[in-house]
Design a protein around this ligand. Sequence first.
Ligand SMILES: *[C@@H]1O[C@H](CO)[C@@H](O)[C@H](O)[C@H]1NC(C)=O
Length: 141
Amino acid sequence: MSKLSSFLSPCLLVLFLFLRRCIADVGTAAFYAPPYIPTVCYGEETGEFPPGNLFAAAGEAIWDGGAACGRFYMVRCLSSASPRACVAGGSVRVKIVDQGSALGSPPSKNGTTMVLSLEAYRRIASLRAASVNIEFMESDL
Ligand SMILES: *[C@@H]1O[C@H](CO)[C@@H](O)[C@H](O)[C@H]1NC(C)=O
């Protein structure tokens, strides 16, 4: 390996890790109510649920063949068809614990990027809105 490439590879890796955390995507979010178990990721196990039930089910866009299980996302409400549905300045960090298309409890809207627990959705939007447009970013911290 040349000196240049042995220098560049770690740099590119750092850049990649940095960008992955710093570039936000846009999508949509709906919500679902209990029962929250069983989940595709953890079965009947609730020990993996974050405090306050701040979790979500992954839509097909981010499910990643199940690799999404356990990932964390920062989610922010951008806008909604329902007027003033977004909580101003609200954001929530959720853990993916389930698959959106396999929920036992029906989501407020089908086919969204994420389906948030009631508790998580309330942090960023009014439950009057069946879905909202979101900005989201993977968050490892
Ligand atoms: C979502 O899809 C299911 C199955 O097709 C359907 O029964 C349900 O009414 C849909 N939910 C909404 C909110 O459209």
